[in-house]
Structure formats: structure tokens, C-alpha cells
Design a protein around this ligand. Sequence first.
Ligand code: FNR
Length: 371
Amino acid sequence: PRLSEILNLHDFEAVARQVMPDKAWAYYSSAADDEITHRENHAAFHRIWFRPRILRDVTKVDWSTRILGHQSSMPVYITATALGKLGHPDGELNLTRAAAKHGLIQMIPTLASCSFDEIVDAADAAQVLFFQLYVNKDRSITKRIVEHAEARGIKALFITVDAPQLGRREKDMRQKFDAEDPSEVSKAGQGNVDRSQGAARAISSFIDPGLQWADLDWFRRITKMPLILKGVQCWEDALEAYDRGLAGVVLSNHGGRQLDFARSGVEVLAEVVAQLKERRGLKFPNEKFQLFVDGGVRRATDVIKAVALGATAVGIGRPFLYAYSSYGPDGIDKALQILHDEFEMNMRLLGARTIAEIVPEMVDASNIHTH
Ligand code: FNR
């Protein structure tokens, strides 16, 4: 289909499935085991309903916001996804350029296809970038990566904590990872590369399964960047992160690619907000401890629901990969334009003129447990 026929973010997935090379499609679309969590991620949003307000002057609506103190044109950021060149020769740079054009923040992955410096160099001088970190068994490598990221102006460090071992993504495992492929991760093989079990396994053997809470003190010493844990899945760990002085947590199951039967991020959000209110008197959204959600976000209404429940912003992964893999830079541009259009219309229909006006009373989340 022509790009003008694409009406929503789901459409990109359907096109990508048809036009992407098998190996790339398998890596981007795959999820763990029976992919139950992957399916649940988007479905969970269907259990939350709106309670719109009427007769407010909604001529002007503004969905811009601040994420960790930085301006963003919407409460959305581009989350970290590895191996950007599997889908398009420019890889992650497609995302960097689109982020500049649309005033969004991009989270650069440790396992990008383009080198870290290539991505930072492609960004505008004023553009805000975050960095996603996989922690290496060899801490001297991690230290070097973190210090370099800070020196290059990265504004926040998202430490992935839901992947002590990569999940079993069988669709991906059926496609062997070809080390000769130019889309191989930049500086791949931070350790021995086993190509027999797909791209994910091949590039992830350096990740330290021994990572623990006490290691966060070490991170605190080596960097001034705000630290956020990516992949928190219950209130107990969110509370621990808060008590240890972190800047926030991403309630995420890694797009369903890690533990199958992990709950959706938006479901975890509801319990985290309830429990941290009860136990620490916190109110969300909160400047000092920010909550993020990712997984299955495909519509501005999904984003609005998460914001109403207390999230500062949400991450979107696959739809942007599918968009640029199918249509190049115009695809990702269109994806973001669609989101902006959806924000304008849905905020009007909801009676919220600003992000601050999207309040908990505007959703009925009574189908979701708060434990
Ligand atoms: C990811 N994700 C991810 N997360 C991370 O911390 N480090 C990584 O290297 C990757 N790589 C990666 C590759 C691909 C192809 C996907 C689809 C995802 C997880 C990602 O940051 C995020 O949690 C999910 O993608 C969000 O779900 P949606 O938006 O893809 O449904």
C-alpha cells in the first residue's frame, strides 16, 4: 500500500510483515515463548475506559510535556530497540532524524547497529537523547560506555533490568543470525557469539546475570546522569528504586520478549501508583520519581490512559521500526504525524486541554488490580 493509505500505527505492522526480509521481521516481531505477554500488552489497554468531560473550550489543545525535565512534543519517547539496520540501511538514524523533526526524545540502545557516536553526531545540537544500558560482566567496559555517554551529553541512563538472560524468541531462533550481515550490531561480539539461536542470543552473551541492587551505588559513583531502571514489574521493586533515590522506573516487560506471562506495563502502573501513594504518600506524575510505561502502545488513547494513571510518558518500539523498515524516513514521519493527529482529536473528545488536565478521574481502570 502507498503511505497515504496508512491510517494508524497498526497498519505499519501489517505492511512490514509483507515487505520486510524474513530475518528482520522475525527479530523485530518476535516475543518470548508463546507470545502471550506480547499479545496482552496492547490488549491490556482495552480494559481501561474513558470518563470524558464536556463543554470545556477545547479549541486549543496542547499535548506537549516534560520528560525528566526535558521538553517533548508529546508524552511519548522512542524506546531502545536493538539492530536498527536489519530493517533499513540507515538504521537508528531514521529515528534520530525523526525525533529532531518532531521534538521527541530518543533512547539509544547499547546494541544499536549504528555506532553510538554516529547517532549522537546525527542529532541536532539541542536534541535530547537518553541511553539504554545493558550491563557488561566486565564492568570496566560498562564504565567506559557510561562515561562516554555522559561526556557526549546523554541526559539519562536507562539500565535494563529485565534481561539477565535473553528470552526464548522462537520465531527469531528459526532464522540463523548471520555474522557477515552488515546490519550486525555495531562492535558485536562483546563476548563469544553463538549464531545458532537467532539474532537476540547472538548479541547478548555479554550481559551480566549477576547484576544486583548493590551495583546501583557503583553507578551512582561513576555518573551524574539520572538513573532509571527499565523493566520493573511490580510495586515492591518500584518502591525499592524510589527508596534508593533513583530518578524513575520503566514499567515494562521488554515488549513481551523476556518473561512470558509477565503483566503489561500499564497494569503494573496502576499498582505502583496505588502502593507508592499508600506507603510513601507519593502523588503521580511526580517530578522527583517518574514513572514510564512501554509495551503495546499503538494509539494516542493508549498514551492518554497511561498518563491519566500517573505515567510521565510512554515508550514506543516496534511501530517505529516497522514504519521506517517499510517506508524509510517518510514512514516514521507519518507514524509521528498520525500520533500528533490522534492526540489533538482525543484530547478534545476527552475534554483535556493540557497534559496536566488528563487526570485519574478521566479513566475507569476498575478492571485492573492494584494489589
Ligand atoms: C527491544 N527492546 C529492548 N529493550 C532494551 O532494553 N534493550 C534492547 O536492546 C532492546 N531491543 C529490542 C529490540 C526489538 C526489536 C524490540 C521490539 C524491542 C524492548 C523495547 O525497549 C520496549 O520495551 C518494547 O519494544 C516496547 O514494546 P513495543 O512498543 O515494541 O510493543
